[in-house]
Write a new protein. Structure first.
Length: 191
């Protein structure tokens, strides 16, 4: 049996817990500050208050301020749940957040190096900051809807089928800015 820590008790993070627990794995579900009030209800009833589903017994719930306690046990895998708020355009650009996650995966630290005496995380921090600066230099913002407006003339709510279709017809998701920068960097070109 392995032990997975899932950060985000929203729909995506919680959904990820089910197949893990069903396969016999221990899961620590840690909520962010956005839904910390859900954890007491999950603990008392075993039911997710928003999703209205009973969680398997192998899932233990923690509030964000209990992350240290959740990490006190042996963790084999850490999963970051993703919220669909970005699809409304109200959050940071998905290309930026995805890029930051990739940088953390490549240049971050292992769990057994969590103290980080060599400051490995500083590399991921600097690269993530540089990526965010690219967005700010190019668009003046990291907010999805504002970037869409600058590039396409208006923001889109990608949860709305008509808006999503219009977005795709206008070339959305064909050449996201961070992807262009990654490709140029990978090919040794200046950004």
């Amino acid at each position: 049996m392995s032990h997975t820590l899932v950060l985000d008790a929203g729909a995506m993070g919680t959904a990820f817990c089910f197949p893990l627990a069903d396969a016999g794995n221990q899961v620590s579900l840690v909520e962010t500050h956005l839904h910390g009030d859900w954890i007491p209800e999950i603990r008392s009833t075993g039911e997710h208050p928003k999703l209205k589903v009973q969680l398997p017994a192998l899932i233990r719930a923690f509030t964000y301020d209990q992350l240290g306690r959740a990490l006190d046990t042996s963790i084999d895998l850490v999963v970051l749940g993703v919220t669909p708020v970005g699809l409304t355009g109200n959050g940071a650009c998905g290309t930026l957040t995805g890029g930051a996650m990739v940088l953390s995966q490549i240049y971050g630290r292992e769990l057994d190096e969590i103290a980080d005496p060599e400051r490995k995380r500083a590399v991921a921090f600097r690269l993530g900051e540089a990526l965010a600066k690219k967005f700010l230099d190019e668009y003046g913002t990291i907010i999805c809807s504002q970037i869409q407006e600058k590039i396409m003339g208006r923001p889109f709510n990608l949860l709305d089928p008509e808006d999503k279709e219009a977005f795709e017809e206008m070339g959305g998701h064909t050449t996201p800015p961070a992807l262009q920068w990654w490709v140029r960097a990978r090919n040794g070109q200046q950004n």
